[in-house]
Design a protein around this ligand. Structure first.
Ligand code: TRP
Length: 344
């Protein structure tokens, strides 16, 4: 597990004068951010932009690996994601925010890395087969989909990303990136930086049906959902299946509603737990308590997001500034790559 960095060993925080490690993460623009992203990714990104040299980019080409047929919402999703980030507190002055397709050299590097990447390495990535199965109806057994990790490696290597925040499930992807970079450097000289995983705790945030909150499962509560939408979704949430009748004792540890209480209801957590166990707290009341808190705590996001929506050109401006910031880094990397490979 040498590749995993849980400590500050490689980098020091701002203010000590030492260089901060460059951290990079990409987001596929698949739709509005939801509560699962808020706790799973955004909190982490807010810390990273304070403590590291953070690069956050929108992986619009990666979105095409599974959603290449209908691209009609792509632009809107990219723009929406930038505004969602801003509303959540991601700061374009603290972090570098850019769009993958604004950096065409990423495609060039992916093509070159593809030359030295064995197909067997790609087929071995566990998520490859799993997703093929999950998305069986979608016909994604394509060249681009197989190459997903190569493109991801190019994303990282082109800006010399040193640390990549990943959940446990993404570790094989990163291990593959490290192998590709090592092979490149062995063949053409020490050009690329070997990235390391920054293992992040990704808390399990359940959706309304109790499974992990995810847009593709349709069980999400959006950060921008209106109060009545939040109330309606929470009221329909599944609960402990053994708590059937009013007065039945419940088990908070298996209840998805309680899992969300843990995130939103510090003020009443103990009494919610006790009331559920004794059976005195009806689920309807318990859900209303949760919805009240979600509505209040998501309100600042919703308001900032509405304000940003009213300022035309904001997302475009931020992405344009971001590509200017990455351009010199990308050009330098690619000059060294072409040179190392004896390309013109
Ligand atoms: N694979 C990431 C996702 O599932 C997106 C991504 C693309 C990425 N390129 C990356 C993440 C590079 C980290 C580094 O959304």
């Amino acid at each position: 597990m040498a590749a995993i960095d849980r400590s500050e060993a490689v980098s020091t925080s701002a203010g000590t004068g030492a260089r901060r490690a460059r951290v990079l993460t990409g987001f596929r623009p698949t739709g509005p951010l939801h509560v699962g992203h808020w706790f799973g990714n955004i909190q982490n990104m807010l810390a990273l932009q304070r403590e590291r040299d953070a690069f956050f980019f929108i992986a619009d080409w990666h979105a095409l690996t599974t959603d290449y047929e209908d691209t009609s919402r792509l632009q809107e999703n990219v723009r929406g994601l930038v505004l969602d980030w801003l509303a959540a507190g991601i700061d374009p002055d603290a972090a570098t925010l850019y769009l993958q397709s604004h950096v065409p050299e990423v495609a060039e590097l992916a093509l070159l890395l593809g030359m030295l990447t064995p197909i067997s390495w790609l087929e071995r990535v566990p998520s490859f087969k799993e997703r093929l199965r999950d998305l069986a109806e979608r016909e994604i057994a394509n060249y681009g989909y197989l190459g997903y990790p190569v493109l991801q490696t190019a994303d990282i290597a082109i800006v010399h990303g040193e640390l990549v925040p990943v959940g446990e499930d993404q570790l094989p992807h990163l291990e593959l990136s490290r192998e590709i970079v090592r092979r490149f450097n062995r063949l053409y000289g020490d050009v690329l930086v070997e990235p390391r995983a920054l293992l992040s705790e990704t808390p399990l945030v359940p959706g309304t049906d109790g499974r992990k909150m995810s847009k593709s499962l349709g069980n999400e509560i959006g950060l921008r959902d209106a109060p009545d939408q939040i109330r309606a979704k929470v009221s329909r949430m599944v609960t402990d299946p053994q708590k059937v009748r009013l007065g039945d004792p419940g088990r908070p540890e298996v209840c998805p509603v309680f899992a969300l209480h843990r995130r939103f209801s510090e003020d009443i957590l103990a009494e919610t737990d006790a009331g559920c166990r004794s059976g005195e707290l009806p689920c309807v009341r318990c859900k209303a308590n949760l919805a009240d808190r979600m509505v209040v705590q998501l309100a600042p996001f919703r308001e900032r997001r509405e304000e940003l929506e009213a300022l035309p050109g904001t997302a475009e401006e931020i992405l344009a500034k971001g590509s200017e910031k990455v351009r010199p880094i990308v050009e330098e990397t690619m000059a060294a790559v072409r040179d190392g490979m004896n390309l013109g």
